[in-house]
Design a binder for this molecule. Structure first.
Ligand SMILES: NC(=O)c1ccc[n+]([C@@H]2O[C@H](COP(=O)([O-])OP(=O)(O)OC[C@H]3O[C@@H](n4cnc5c(N)ncnc54)[C@H](O)[C@@H]3O)[C@@H](O)[C@H]2O)c1
Length: 386
């Protein structure tokens, strides 16, 4: 049975793991986030990690050594790995620029894909991924683990309860005062590897938070803005203890804003910042005809809910507020659930836990902001049928 992300239960999933057949898994891109993937796979009794690939010579070998995985074969790129291995599934953990080519190649080889977020870097690439998915009949799930957090699940339940009535306006996004990510290099900030900056790193999460909660309505038009005042400033990097030259190679946006019309007459007002002269650009709010919801922002926007959510409504003529205490996640965490729900779907021939049919709208908004910012005007979002 396909697992719905809303009611994914770790304990039940763990009890039901069938170890009689091991899934052969490969990892494409053995950088930072691949560590989180391999740590989960190592917890799965029904997974055999058989191969890995990275463009950087020796990186995949060092990666498997670090995690004590013996016998995994290493390749210099995704193609050579997929050409030479019989795999059930791959994790694609490459930088944004190569998400699409790796995902399409894997699907064409008949391999199920767990693809890191953002789905890709343009709407056109997203459509090509969906075509390859359709032709292959395989599963591709996009790595949005924050939606598995119990507080995010609660958010969706609040919206689905109908307590907000007709939703007409959403403000979301977030930011960091200082948070341009250069943890182990510059792949997030270079145009040829990151392609999109703050939007691909953290903006896609805040879009997923609200769009998933309200059922992913189609985006219709977008007015977008992007800028890079912090990333292009050598003083920023010097103050952060990083090379000033990072400013020269900075080729993506560190701030983006968008005003998006969604199907159903809903306005989405979005902004995201890797850096800014401000503590927060505001909480997420969802305004409805019967009630409104406030989702407190986190100090350093990281895809989670910053504090108890509050519904504002009117009951028997009195204006009231209902606070939802934060729910502590006592299970193995969102990343475990992301990988486990993907593996279960692969084994059971179920649906992708985070499907491209939803995330293509997330990508279309990001793509629309980029294109509208360049055009300097509002644009229609046209999403071809696949
Ligand atoms: N879900 C999360 O919480 C989360 C957190 C961080 C990053 N990410 C996402 O993960 C992705 C990777 O981020 P990262 O920080 O690990 O980047 P990284 O630069 O540390 O690692 C990416 C690796 O992919 C390799 N690579 C690129 N193209 C390849 C190809 N065709 N074949 C084989 N290897 C290839 C690179 O050589 C590099 O080693 C990004 O898209 C990012 O948005 C997700």
């Amino acid at each position: 049975m396909a697992k719905d992300m809303l009611d994914f239960n770790v304990d039940a999933a763990e009890k039901n793991i069938d170890v009689s057949k091991k899934l052969k898994v490969g990892i494409i891109g053995t950088g930072w986030i691949a560590e989180a993937h391999i740590m989960q796979y190592l917890e799965m009794p029904d997974v055999e990690i058989v191969a890995g690939a990275d463009l950087v010579e020796g990186k995949a070998e060092a990666f498997f050594k670090q995690f004590g995985v013996e016998g995994a074969r290493c390749y210099p790129d995704h193609k050579s790995m997929l050409d030479n291995e019989e795999l059930d599934a791959v994790s694609i953990c490459t930088y944004n620029a190569t998400h699409a080519e790796c995902a399409i190649y894997a699907l064409k080889k008949g391999v199920n894909v767990l693809l890191e977020k953002p789905m890709c870097v343009t709407l056109e690439e997203g459509i090509e991924i969906m075509k390859a998915e359709k032709e292959s009949g395989k599963i591709i799930s996009i790595g949005f683990q924050p939606r598995l957090d119990p507080n995010m699940v609660k958010l969706k339940q609040i919206v689905e309860s109908g307590v907000l009535g007709d939703i007409y306006y959403i403000q979301t996004g977030g930011g960091r005062r200082r948070g341009i990510p250069t943890p182990f290099g510059t792949t997030f900030i270079q145009e040829d590897t990151g392609v999109i900056g703050a939007m691909g790193d953290i903006g896609c999460y805040s879009l997923d938070m609200v769009l998933n909660a309200i059922g992913y309505p189609k985006p219709l038009t977008v007015t977008g803005y992007t800028s890079n005042f912090f990333g292009k400033d050598p003083e920023y990097f010097k103050a952060e203890g990083k090379p000033a030259e990072y400013a020269d190679i900075f080729g993506v946006e560190d701030f983006a804003a968008g005003f998006i019309r969604l199907e159903g007459g809903i306005i989405l007002d979005f902004r995201i910042a890797w850096a800014m002269h401000l503590d927060t650009p505001g909480d997420t709010i969802i305004m409805g005809s019967k009630g409104s919801l406030r989702i407190p922002s986190t100090e350093c926007w990281n895809g989670s809910i910053g504090g108890p959510m509050k519904v504002y409504s009117t009951v028997a003529g009195s204006m009231v507020e209902t606070e939802f205490p934060m729910i502590e996640d006592k299970s193995k965490g969102n990343f475990y659930k992301k990988v486990r729900s993907f593996l279960d779907a692969v084994k059971e021939g179920g649906k992708a836990p985070v499907p491209t049919s939803q995330i293509i709208y997330n990508q279309a908004i990001i793509d629309g902001i980029v294109k509208s910012a360049k055009a300097g005007k509002e644009l229609k979002i046209e999403i071809p049928e696949v």
